[in-house]
Design a protein around this ligand. Sequence first.
Ligand code: CAA
Length: 240
Amino acid sequence: MSRVALVTGGSRGIGAAISNALKDAGYSVAATYAGNDEAASKFTAETGIKTYKWNVADYDESKNGIAQVESDLGPIDVVVANAGITRDAPFHKMTPEQWQQVIDTNLTGVFNTVHPVWPGMRERKFGRVIVISSINGQKGQFAQVNYAATKAGDLGIVKSLAQEGARAGITANAICPGYIATEMVMAVPEKVRESIIGQIPAGRLGEPEEIARCVAFLASDDAGFINGSTISANGAQFFV
Ligand code: CAA
């Protein structure tokens, strides 16, 4: 029987590339989405990957959604916490709502996604937790106090989970993508985006598939001794 993978925010952007890469690697994949029904239906029609709608910021929705995935596909072996949002604003203009929305989705959303699958992984003595962080969690970013806080928080989550899961055959790792050609980056004002590309020694944005290949590797048996690590994939824009 093939292993089961859950990818949050898995029908668009980097998440869609991850869902596809895991499907190509032989996993039964479930992809979640928050609101865009049209994009999710199109994604399922094109790829055959099942999509599920829930808000990762809500614990009960996540728990119930995960129970449904497990009843449809079987126990989840690989969980990819990818869903994330931006609410960019310089700090002096950032509202408490902008702060809280990003914390709820990007950080609490990781807890809500991993916590319900963790006991099953411990029982079965196998699991792969992969969290999609960001270069901006490593270096900070103008207008992203909220987002950078969550993405730095992701690194604390995987380093702690790695220690808790290691004896149970569970690994937890993070990937820090640099600037990738997705709707999120395309939403940055063009002038700002051009200046960002100027700071990337590779001279280009990354492709979603370049992140998806990192996920497929971390999910594989070959990566069993990699635990608590961070893979940076950023075209040499920033070194830790
Ligand atoms: N560094 C230093 N100064 C900057 C700056 C930067 N990176 N970006 C903007 N500024 C300056 C501007 O030049 C301007 O200065 P002046 O007031 O002297 O003219 C000031 O900061 C901005 O003031 P505004 O009142 O114009 O700002 P705003 O309220 O309109 O906000 C913004 C604009 C939200 C900052 C917008 O420029 C923006 O979205 N920037 C991009 C932020 C960014 O990089 N986000 C990453 C998104 S992609 C992602 O998150 C994925 C990932 O993981 C990598």
